[in-house]
Design a protein around this ligand. Structure first.
Ligand code: PLP
Length: 391
């Protein structure tokens, strides 16, 4: 059974064009780009071509792109570089809804003695600008705010935040792992100093990422060793994956309209149908500022884990904010930060589409999911009185 894959914020399928483009780099072009001989040395040029493609997707200059192993490494590197570059500044600001790639890292810094301010969000996942303004001071080394949240798709106001930080000369990093390739990004008009992206969220393989560092920004490498990436990230280059990221970024650029129109239409069709066919659902997150591919819905009084297991029998892949499915003992920190009631967090499901999602797949999900919710509600001690309303 071919899966109906609606978990693209977790990872994406490698685009066929990407898979094809990287084949020679395993069998024929396997040299080390740092070698003196032509066999290895020719790869240097291809890496630079890939760098230019990644840069083009976000409006950067090629020399502003550093290849990393993943989004997590890009995030860690950006924040570490900022605090290393300004050692006298001992205050870091981030948000309560960051991905663990940022949140766990800034908490690690807090354990090392840094002061940490975590900006809260409201019930719709919107950034608390007042709290942020009050947190800023002359000791702030860096502010790291994600571009869009991976669980709800809510887009954060990085233009506004960045403009404030520019005035005060404070470094600004954004985790754009979920936005790169889904919505247009142009760092030329965006007041950010560093921006993280990850290959496996935009149809490149897992294990490749990039960090944009604006020209003139103080930078301190996180991985220290050889001279690769102009001394900014040591380690022999993952050539095939770098080529893959280049091709994936080129494809993403050509497909941005599809993301905005086709993907958003299918997401809205799915969401509207689920809202209509089940009682008391709630959409988690600000629907007016959201990624085009993401829908996070709570079906109260139903266990998200149970929903996932049942829809999995039909080959439907999604994810949930409930504790059992998130690989941690705690339910989603993002939904908790939004003040969503526990009963709703436990019944939350995230559907995340891609440009490969088809209308037929969405129609099938619309057919399969509502009766499952209805059935699971009958099993819930709280659900019986609500079942009457469920069509
Ligand atoms: N940041 C966000 C917002 C993410 O969604 C993810 C992955 O889910 C990451 C960072 C980490 O990226 P990677 O898996 O490439 O380390």
């Amino acid at each position: 059974m071919k899966p109906i894959y609606l978990d693209n914020n977790a990872t994406t399928a490698v685009a066929p064009e990407v898979a094809e483009a990287i084949q020679p780099y395993y069998h024929e072009l396997y040299g080390n780009p740092s070698s003196m001989h032509l066999f290895g040395g020719q790869l240097h040029r291809r890496i630079e071509e890939a760098r230019a493609k990644v840069a083009a997707l976000i409006g950067a200059e090629p020399e502003e792109i550093i290849f990393t192993s993943c989004g997590t490494e890009s995030d860690n590197t950006a924040i570490m570089s900022a605090v290393e570059s300004y050692p006298h500044k001992r205050h870091v600001i981030s948000t309560r809804v960051e991905h663990p790639a940022v949140l766990s890292f800034v908490r690690h810094l807090a354990r090392k003695g840094y002061r940490l301010s975590l900006v809260p969000v409201d019930a719709m996942g919107r950034f608390d600008m007042d709290f942020f303004m009050k947190s800023l001071d002359e000791n702030t080394a860096v502010v790291s705010v994600m571009h869009a949240n991976n669980e709800t798709g809510v887009i954060l106001p990085i233009e506004e935040i960045g403009a404030i930080l520019r005035e005060r000369n404070i470094l600004f990093h954004t985790d754009a792992v979920q936005t790169t390739g889904k919505i247009p990004i142009n760092v030329k008009g965006l007041p950010v100093d560093m921006l993280s992206l990850s290959g496996h969220k935009l149809h490149a393989p897992k294990g490749i990422g990039a960090l944009y560092v604006k020209k003139g920004t103080r930078f301190y490498p996180y991985i220290i060793g050889g001279h690769q990436e102009h001394g900014r990230r040591a380690g022999t280059e993952n050539v095939a994956s770098i080529i893959a990221l280049g091709v994936a970024c080129e494809l993403a650029q050509g497909n941005l309209k599809i993301e905005a129109v086709h993907v958003a239409r299918l997401r809205d069709k799915l969401e509207n149908a689920l809202l209509e066919k089940c009682p008391d659902p709630r959409i988690n997150g600000d629907t007016s500022r959201r990624l085009p591919n993401t829908s996070n819905i709570s079906f109260e009084y139903v266990e998200g884990e149970a929903i996932l297991l049942r829809i999995d029998e039909f080959g439907i892949c999604a994810s949930s904010g409930s504790a059992c499915t998130s690989g941690s003992l705690e339910p989603s920190h993002v939904l908790r930060a939004m003040g969503i009631p526990f009963t709703a967090i436990h019944g939350s499901i995230r559907f995340s589409l891609s440009r490969y999602t088809t209308e037929e797949e969405i129609d099938k999900v619309i057919e399969i999911v509502p009766p499952i919710i209805k059935e699971l509600r009958t099993l819930s001690p709280y659900g019986k009185e609500r079942i009457i309303k469920c069509s």
